[in-house]
Each structure stands twice: as structure tokens, then as C-alpha cells.
Ligand binder design. Structure first.
Ligand SMILES: Cc1ncc(COP(=O)(O)O)c(C=O)c1O
Length: 460
């Protein structure tokens, strides 16, 4: 499968695209169906949750029965041998828990203390366009991009958001014309990130509407004039991991680039991205999804102002506590590197996040490819390698998700097939694609990944 490959739409026309798998619904359905009460506050241990006496608890769908007085050792082998085959593992969502052991090891250097009297005001820097952006976070963002070389920051305004999910909406509202009654069409080339459609359909806004696959988008004209539209470009793409560019290329198009995965552990950094609106998030860069911090680099001052206004009306700014934490996390990453004669080197005494992340993702892809190779039931995309300016060597693409195809005519619905093997994934339809494909998260904990590899190796 190539990056720009178009599928044969056949039976999978637009009517199916209204089918949206919202993960939260799936998760709550799973919890409900399995009669699980979600109460994990006291039982979190090494990224896994255990069922204790009179208390049930789960994480990513894995349940382990333990005696509360004698928990088992947290080794991969324990899970392989003791996890029953009817245990459901949830690889539907991209929860980046694989990075927890790294951050645990950083100890004090990634820890901040916020005193009771601190970060109480709504305001952070009233001279900034985005007046609720913490100056320390702004500095860390600029330094990180400078270190990694993945984005041009010169002449850009930073807008912080509660995750890049909020920034996607802020950008759409900022770009939509005010003087028309018709909602602006928002498109993305299929397979597209499923939440764009899910959020758009859920909101049923009068300002914009999800218009589906950018490849199939027919530019509209009113009175001989082309109507404006917005294209979302996710690069590397979620779900398939390929590098992307805009495909509609109309004269009235505005483009939002989502660079959530343009980081060295997922893909080679070949040049600094230099676009008008670029979205990033700590969820996928450092793995701090729970901190809910994303940022936009925006060229146009008016667009940055309108995005800021959206966030003010939506949430009156963004949690300062989260911003301070995110700033410190980014500083921890930055301070583990130094530049020597133009070359980026890891500082000896520190573990380097991107090196670690790159090795983790490499190993996961290697194991997945080996497992899939056994029975050839599934196929995976092949990626070209390229010179990564940050790593200073050729590097392969190793996406956060495995865009997997069920081979063979007898399997029409890959999500249902894997579900019958107690592996939850997100099916192709959610991404405007063919149900023979599923998106499998590779960001889960080591122990869950071990279970997954074991299970997938045995499907024939
Ligand atoms: C492409 C893409 N953009 C945005 C997001 C959302 O990021 P955040 O957690 O910052 O809202 C995700 C999360 O999976 C994503 O895959």
C-alpha cells in the first residue's frame, strides 16, 4: 500500500462514513458489558491495574486477579503465562502509556511542585496575543523546535490549547468566513484521523461541516466564485503513518497541518515544517496525553487572535498547572541534549527521550512484523527510510499506529475479526476507509503489547 493509494470505494460509499466509532462510547460499553467498576485510584501499580478484594479495576481492558497481600511480579512473562485468552485488550485508542517507565526513571528532574498560591490568575502574559500562554511554556516550545528542527518558529505566534483537539476547532472557527450563512466544508484525505469527523458530526455546527474525503471533494462555486474550504493535513498521518501534503489545491483553500507525529521517534525529521498553521501536542511528542496541552504555530496575527478568542469563549484559557508541567517536561527533554559543532548529542549522564522513544518504536515494529509474518493473515504498510537530521543518520518511519489489513476474501470486517480474538482495534470505516483495515495502537504498555504480540502470532 503506498502513501497516496486510493482505495476502490465499491460498497463503502459515503453513507458508511456517518458511522463513527467514538472511543469513549466503546470503552464505556466494554466496561458495562463486562460489569467492571472503574475505580483505580488506589491500585495503580507500574502502569497496570489489579483486581483486588472487593474491588475491580482495569486498564486498557486487561484484568488480572491478584491477592491484595501478594501482588505478582510485573514481568512480561507473568502476563504471557497468566492472562487468559478471553481477556480483552484494548488497542483501539492511542494512549501513550509505553513512555511511563522512561518518565518514571527521570525522577526529580521531571517533577514540579505548584504551591497553593501559585498560578491563580486567569492571565499569564497580557502583552502576548495568547494572553493565557505561560511564558515558560512558550520558551520551552521554541527551544524544543529549535533542537529537533521539525518546525519553523520564526515569525510565528504560539497559541496554547487544551490538547491539539481544542486547537483544531479553534483553527476551523478562525478560518471560517463570518459573512456567509453556509457552513464551510472541512475535508481530509482518507484515511483521515477519525476524531475530525467525530467532533464535527457531534457538534453539528453552523460554522463548518465535515465534508469527508479530500480526494472526493468537489469544489463548490457560488455565482461563478469558488467557495472557501478547509483541508486538514495530518503528517505523518493517523492512521497510516505516511507523510502527507494537501490534495485539493483549490484557490480558496485554507490548510491546517496537524503535526502531532512529526517527531524523531515516529518519523525521520527531514526539514523544518514551514506552514501557516501547524498543530503539535505533548500527547504524542512526550506521551503526556493526560496533561492536555497542545500548541499551534500560527503565521497570521488575525488568525492567532481569532483562535485565542475561541479558546477564551470555550474554556477562558488553558490550565496553568498543566502548562507549567508541560514546560518542565519539555525542559527535561531539551536539557538531556547539547549541540557540539552543529551536531546534536545526548548529554552523557541523562537518558535521551527521543533516542529511547525511537528504540522502543523500532522494537515494537520489528516484533509486530515478525508476528504478522508467521501466518500472513495480516499485512502492514512498508515505509521508505530517509535521513533524519535530528538523529544524524538514516532512519525509518515507525508510526504510533499499525494500519493493518486483514488478508483473505473471507474477512470483510477486520475490526470484528480481531474482536472475536479479544483484541479491540478501530476499523477502517471510522477513517473513511475500507473495513478490511484496522488501526492498531502501538503505544500501550509493554505488558499489554506482549499479550497482543502473543495473541496475533497465534491467529492463523
Ligand atoms: C493526528 C492527531 N491529532 C490530534 C490528536 C489529539 O491530540 P490531543 O491529545 O493533544 O488533543 C491526536 C490524538 O490521537 C492525533 O492522533
Amino acid at each position: 500500500m503506498g502513501g497516496g493509494e486510493k482505495r476502490d470505494r465499491g460498497a463503502f460509499g459515503f453513507s458508511n462514513m456517518g458511522f463513527v466509532a467514538v472511543n469513549a462510547v466503546l470503552l464505556s460499553r466494554l466496561l458495562y458489558e463486562r460489569g467492571v467498576r472503574y475505580d483505580c485510584s488506589e491500585m495503580h501499580s507500574g502502569g497496570l491495574f489489579f483486581e483486588g478484594e472487593g474491588k475491580e479495576c482495569k486498564n486498557e481492558g486487561v484484568h488480572l486477579n491478584t491477592s491484595p497481600s501478594k501482588p505478582p511480579a510485573l514481568t512480561s512473562d507473568t502476563h504471557k503465562s497468566s492472562v487468559p485468552s478471553d481477556t480483552v485488550i484494548n488497542f483501539d485508542h492511542g494512549d501513550p502509556t509505553l513512555f511511563i517507565p522512561f518518565w518514571r526513571r527521570t525522577g526529580e528532574s521531571s517533577t514540579i511542585v505548584i504551591k497553593g498560591w501559585q498560578s491563580m490568575s486567569y492571565f499569564s502574559d497580557i502583552k502576548s496575543v495568547c494572553w493565557f500562554l505561560e511564558p515558560g511554556l512558550a520558551d520551552s516550545i521554541l527551544q524544543l523546535h529549535h533542537l529537533v528542527g521539525n518546525a519553523e518558529t520564526e515569525g510565528r505566534h504560539i497559541v496554547v490549547g487544551t490538547g491539539s483537539s481544542q486547537l483544531f476547532l479553534a483553527a476551523v472557527y478562525a478560518l471560517a468566513p463570518r459573512d456567509t450563512k453556509e457552513p464551510i466544508s472541512v475535508v481530509g484525505a482518507a484515511p483521515f484521523y477519525s476524531s475530525y469527523q467525530a467532533a464535527s458530526d457531534y457538534l453539528r455546527s453552523e460554522v463548518f461541516r465535515w465534508a469527508g474525503d479530500a480526494y472526493a471533494f468537489e469544489r463548490e462555486r457560488v455565482g461563478g466564485e469558488e467557495r472557501p474550504y478547509i483541508e486538514l493535513v495530518t503528517s505523518p498521518n493517523n492512521p497510516d503513518g505516511f507523510t502527507r501534503e494537501a490534495v485539493v489545491n483549490g484557490s480558496m483553500g485554507k490548510i491546517i497541518y496537524d503535526f502531532a507525529y512529526y517527531w524523531p521517534h515516529y518519523t525521520p525529521i527531514t526539514s523544518p515544517a514551514d506552514k501557516d498553521i501547524m498543530l503539535f501536542t505533548v500527547s504524542k511528542s512526550t506521551g503526556h496525553a493526560g496533561t492536555r496541552i497542545g500548541w499551534a504555530l500560527v503565521k497570521d496575527l488575525e488568525v492567532a487572535k481569532r483562535m485565542t478568542m475561541f479558546i477564551v469563549l470555550n474554556t477562558i484559557g488553558v490550565s496553568k498547572d498543566s502548562q507549567l508541567r508541560a514546560a518542565n517536561i519539555l525542559r527535561t527533554v531539551i536539557s538531556s541534549y547539547e549541540r557540539k559543532g552543529g551536531i546534536i548529542m545526548g548529554r552523557g549522564a541523562y537518558e535521551n527521550f527521543f533516542k529511547h522513544g525511537h528504540e522502543l518504536m523500532s522494537k515494537r515494529w520489528e516484533r509486530l512484523r515478525q508476528a504478522v509474518d508467521i501466518h500472513k493473515r495480516f499485512s502492514l504498510p512498508e515505509f521508505p527510510s530517509a535521513f533524519c537530521n535530528f538523529l544524524g543518520r538514516p532512519s525509518s518511519t515507525q508510526p504510533a499506529f499499525a494500519w493493518t489489513k486483514c488478508e483473505g476474501d473471507e474477512i470483510e470486517d477486520c475490526e470484528a475479526f480481531l474482536k472475536s480474538h479479544n483484541i479491540l482495534t478501530r476499523g477502517g470505516r471510522s477513517f473513511g476507509w475500507d473495513p478490511k483495515y484496522v488501526r492498531i495502537s502501538l503505544l500501550d504498555t509493554d505488558s499489554n503489547f506482549d499479550i497482543f504480540i502473543n495473541r496475533i502470532s497465534n491467529i492463523n
